[in-house]
Structures are given as C-alpha cells and as structure tokens.
Ligand binder design. Structure first.
Ligand SMILES: Nc1ncnc2c1ncn2[C@@H]1O[C@H](COP(=O)(O)OP(=O)(O)OP(=O)(O)O)[C@@H](O)[C@H]1O
Ligand SMILES: Nc1ncnc2c1ncn2[C@@H]1O[C@H](COP(=O)(O)OP(=O)(O)OP(=O)(O)O)[C@@H](O)[C@H]1O
Ligand SMILES: [Mg+2]
Ligand SMILES: [Mg+2]
Lengths: 256, 256
C-alpha cells in the first residue's frame, strides 16, 4: 500500500518543490513506484519535469473537483517508475470552490483511494499557505515531511506547520505522523545555517533527518532543463543529498 | 498624500519581506514618513523589527475586520519616521472571514483612508498567494512593486502576478500602476542569475529597476537581530542595494 507523504511548509521558497521533485526521482531510481502530486497552483513540480501546463487535458483540479479519476490525469516522466499528477492554472480557483463543498478537506484523500495501491510512495507538493489545498494534503497523508530553509524567518515558521499538523490529527486524520524535518539550502560557510541547524536539532532531536541538502546551484538550474538534478547532473552535491534523503525515508519505512 | 505600494509576488521566498523592511527603512532614513503594513499571517515584517507578535494589543486583523482605527494599531520602530502596522496569528483566519463580507476586497483600502495623509509612503508586505489578503493590498495600492528572485521558478511566476494586477485594474482599481520589478538575491557568480536578469530586462525593458539587490548574508542575518540591514550593517552590499532602490522609487515619484 502506497505511503502518502505531504511535503508542506507555509513559509515560501524553502525547497518544497525541489524536495518533492528530487526525492521523487531518487525513490524511483531506487525502484520504488512513485507518484508526485502537484497541489500548488504555481505548478512548479509540473514544469520541473518539463511538462507544459497549458497543454494538459486533465489536472489535479479535475481529479479533486470534477470527479475525474486520478488515473486519467497521470503523466509519465523520463523515469519509468515516476509518474506525475500535474497542476495547471485552474487550481487557482480550487480553494474558492472547495469552500462551498461538504467534504471539502477530504476530496484529495478520496481521489487517491483509487491509485494508492499502485504506488509505493505518493508525494504531495504543497503551496506556501495553510489553506484548503494544504489541508487536503494533510488529511490525505500518512505523514508530513517539512523542508526547512536554514534561515531565521523559516525557523520562526516551523511551529505554525507543526501546530497545523496537530489540528489535522485531532480533527480529521489521527494517524498522521511527522516523517521528519529536512534541512535545505544549507550553506557550510554561513554561521546562520549552522545556528539554525543546531537550534532545530536541539528542539526536535529525533525528527531531523541526518541528510542535509546543501545550497547547490545544480538544484536551481535543473528545473530550467525540465529534469530532476539526478538526470541533469547526477554527481552534484544536490542530487547526492536527495539520494541520501530517499535512503533514510526508505529505511524508516522498513522499521515501522 | 501618501503613496501606497503593494509588495507582492505569489512565488514564495523571493524577497518580499526583505524588500518591504529594507526599502521602508531606506525611505525613512531619507526623511520620508513611512508606514509598513504586514499583510502576511507569518508576520515576518513584524518580527523583522523585533516586535513580539504575541504581545500585540491590536494588529492589522483588527483594523481590517474589527473596525479598529489604523492609528490604534501602529507600532513605532527604531527609526523615527518608520511605523509598522503589525500582524499576528489572528490573520490566519482573516481570509475565511473576509469571504463572507460584502466589501471583502476593499476593507484595507477603507482602513488606510484614515492614515494615508500622515505618511509619504505606505508599503504593504504581502503573503505568497493571490488570495483575499493580496487582493486587498492590490485594491488599496497606487502601485505594485514585484520582487523577483533570479531563479527559474520565480521567472515562471512573473506572468501570474502581472495578470492578477491587470484583473484588479479592470475590476476594482483602474489607477493601479506597476511601480517596477526589482531583481533580488542576484548572484554575480551564477549564470542562472545573469540569464534570468537578461530575460526579464528583454521582456520588460522599462519596468525593471536599475538597482539590483545582491545575495548578501547580512540581509538574512539582520532579521534575527530584529533590525533592518541599514541598522545592522549599513556598509553591507544588501543595505546599499536597498538605499539605491529607495532613491529610484523617490525619483520616479518626482517625475510623475
Ligand atoms: N538546495 C538548494 N540549493 C540551491 N537552490 C535551491 C535549493 N533548493 C531550492 N533551490 C531553489 O530555491 C528556489 C526555491 O525553492 P522551491 O521553489 O523548491 O521552494 P518552495 O518551497 O517549493 O517554494 P514555494 O513556497 O513558492 O512553493 C527555487 O528557485 C529552487 O530552484
Ligand atoms: N538579497 C538577499 N540576500 C540573502 N538573503 C536574502 C536576500 N533577500 C532575502 N533573503 C533571505 O531569503 C529568505 C526569503 O526572503 P523573504 O522572507 O524576504 O521572502 P518572501 O518573499 O517575503 O517570503 P514569503 O513568500 O514566505 O513571504 C529569508 O530568509 C531572507 O532573509
Ligand atoms: Mg513550491
Ligand atoms: Mg514574506
């Protein structure tokens, strides 16, 4: 049965999409059947794989709001075991439409029921907010993975996403666990990075992944080539960082 | 009469708050009476000035939703001519409550009427989304300033915020202008930065500010000291970059 992992943090630009795309690619290369769901109206996970958002027949919007089957909206990627449920601009109006629906936080959970057993991992790339799209992801998820940029504002925002997780556990999804916090854009030369990393490890000793994703220009260049770093520059520190993270995620799965 | 400038971009982590805080400080140092309004539930502009969000009596939430006068919620900062209208966690529920209100996109515009003539500039720091908080800012604003991170995903998102500006002009605020696009986190050593900068200047020749904000560690360190870079390290390239931007904003004001 596929494990659904929501990749969320309301702080903007912390590495949610970069983590979703590159962790997804790393799991697929490790022979895990993987689905990446783009829950962000910006559609960055979709274009990160070179897919033209404006040329899509079906997207996550149709799956959540128009009763289209998830299988009808799936896109293949260059990696045989990695599929994408893409987003396009329709998603901008999703939160408004969801507001008026009965089961507005369960739409995604219900939609993924039909594909959950076809994948080993399903990753949900969330937008930078705590609105209905992120709530749908947390209700559908088995666990939450929080990318954390090693900067002051990002550290400040960590309690907000963890509070939201707790509220979702209490109200909708008691089995939701914290998969972990992954330190992103770590700059070994900067005191700030080291200080933030130390702070987070002190407060959440068990929850911070050992793998740290360094600031690495290959990670920011690869989306312009429509491919994950693993295909763009496999020897780069960025690609290697996410391979390490995938190994840890798979190890934790074995233990549980 | 104060000029209201919305600082917005739905892409996350591009430098909205850093621009709001440091442009605000630079305008105040240049003897302009300046108000910074924190429209983001994360409250980063508020903590960027060392203000404790949980100790506030009144915040922008009360001004927009509880008919509290803006003057009652103002906070002073270390700079005599710079004031802040702070945000706290109450703002998280603002978009939900605004949904049901008649004049839901005009609440901020109406609230600022009472203070507009006390300031030369009013800056609105927006959250990373195109929801009702950002819409309120665009309806209240005379112009829109778009911070643009010199990265691929950020470049992709530029058309979305400009489309939204056009929709707001057509429906609510015909006088809304584009103040300009400011290149942020520019890394002189990276081809990607140069490529993005070239692309943007080609597409929007008139609208890109000459001032470019370099990636500068002092800008990311200063929030942890609760002060703008101008007070934390005035000789830093980051502080100097924003002084240059302030000069350009003031020059454009003179021309118009
Ligand atoms: N480790 C890294 N090293 C260098 N650049 C990175 C790294 N991780 C992400 N980036 C770049 O930083 C920017 C922000 O990352 P990304 O878009 O993945 O964050 P996000 O949290 O998904 O943003 P949003 O909040 O808008 O959804 C992107 O341009 C990305 O290419
Ligand atoms: N020019 C710069 N050089 C170095 N660091 C920067 C620069 N500008 C911003 N930063 C840092 O990058 C991070 C993102 O910037 P900031 O929070 O201002 O972006 P934002 O657009 O307001 O984010 P959000 O979308 O979450 O509101 C912050 O940690 C900030 O300190
Ligand atoms: Mg993203
Ligand atoms: Mg901000």
């Amino acid at each position: 049965m596929g494990k659904i992992i929501a990749i969320a943090n309301q702080k903007g630009g912390v590495g949610k999409t970069t983590t979703a795309v590159n962790l997804g690619a790393s799991l697929a290369v490790a022979t895990k059947r993987t689905l990446l769901v783009d829950m962000d109206p910006q559609g960055n996970s979709t274009t990160g794989f070179g897919i033209d958002r404006d040329a899509l027949n079906k997207s996550i919007y149709d799956v959540m709001l128009e009763d289209c089957f998830a299988t009808e909206a799936l896109c293949a990627t260059e990696l045989p075991l990695l599929f994408l449920l893409p987003a396009n601009r329709d998603l901008v109006s999703a939160e408004l439409r969801l507001m008026d629906m009965e089961n507005r936080v369960e739409r995604l959970r219900n939609a993924l029921e039909t594909v959950k057993n076809r994948f080993d991992y399903i990753l949900l790339d969330c937008p930078p907010s705590l609105g209905l799209l992120t709530l749908n992801a947390l209700v559908a998820a088995d666990s939450l993975l929080v990318p954390l940029q090693c900067e002051y504002y990002a550290l400040e925002g960590l309690s907000a996403i963890l509070d939201t997780m707790k509220r979702v556990q209490d109200a909708y999804n008691p089995d939701l666990q914290l998969e972990g916090v992954v330190l992103c854009m770590y700059d070994a030369r900067s005191n700030l990075s080291a200080q933030v990393a130390e702070d987070v490890r002190d407060h959440f000793p068990e929850q911070v992944f050992r793998s740290v994703i360094p600031r690495n220009v290959r990670l920011s260049e690869s989306p312009s080539h429509g491919r994950p770093a693993l295909l763009y520059d496999p020897r780069s520190k960025g690609a290697q960082g996410y391979l390490g993270l995938a190994a840890e995620v798979m190890d934790r799965q074995k233990e549980s």
